[in-house]
Write a protein that binds this ligand. Structure first.
Ligand code: ATP
Ligand code: MG
Length: 151
């Protein structure tokens, strides 16, 4: 089943010039980037995006972190890509993330874990709608899709 996931490269990773490194992993895997934009997240958008965590002790720090500087917001498409991207991203705490995952290779601290990815079909729909207008999502064919997908 082809899915769309919302993926965001967080301020620490943008500043550390890791955008190319991270995007390259998704591209090499065969996934398709169908929307992308740099933005400074407002306080309101940050609180809405992370609303499931509003009662958590780390909520204020999380909002401060994600609004501290520019992020790269993306929509990535591919077969069962929501769970696949979560696996590529690795555990929330980078110290527990497997080597070979994005957080396991490039991060050390939960509060600076460089990337966000939707955790379910429902969150992906909600997050994509929060960050992107329908007109900003650009479908296209990859000429090697038959080399990536069997059928
Ligand atoms: N115990 C914690 N202490 C500090 N920050 C935390 C803690 N738990 C989570 N966070 C921060 O809140 C974010 C959202 O937490 P969540 O449980 O949704 O993890 P995640 O789904 O792996 O991360 P994300 O939603 O950013 O993809 C984490 O990415 C991290 O930046
Ligand atoms: Mg999450």
């Amino acid at each position: 089943m082809i899915e769309k996931s919302f993926v965001m490269i967080k301020p620490d990773a943008v500043k550390r010039r890791l955008i190319g490194e991270v995007i390259s992993r998704f591209e090499k895997r065969g996934l398709k980037i169908v929307a992308a934009k740099m933005l400074d997240i407002s306080q309101d958008l940050a609180k809405e995006h992370y609303s499931e965590h509003k009662e958590k002790p780390f909520f204020n720090d999380l909002v401060e972190y994600i609004t501290s500087s520019a992020v790269l917001a993306m929509v990535i498409e591919g077969d069962e890509c929501i769970s696949l991207i979560r696996k590529m991203v690795g555990a929330t705490n980078p110290k527990e993330a497997d080597l070979g995952t994005i957080r396991g290779d490039f991060a050390l601290d939960t509060g600076r874990n460089i990337i966000h990815a939707s955790d379910s079909v429902q969150s992906a729909k909600r997050e994509i709608a929060l960050f992107f207008d329908k007109s900003e999502i650009c479908p296209y064919q990859m000429p090697d899709e038959h080399l990536i997908y069997e059928g």
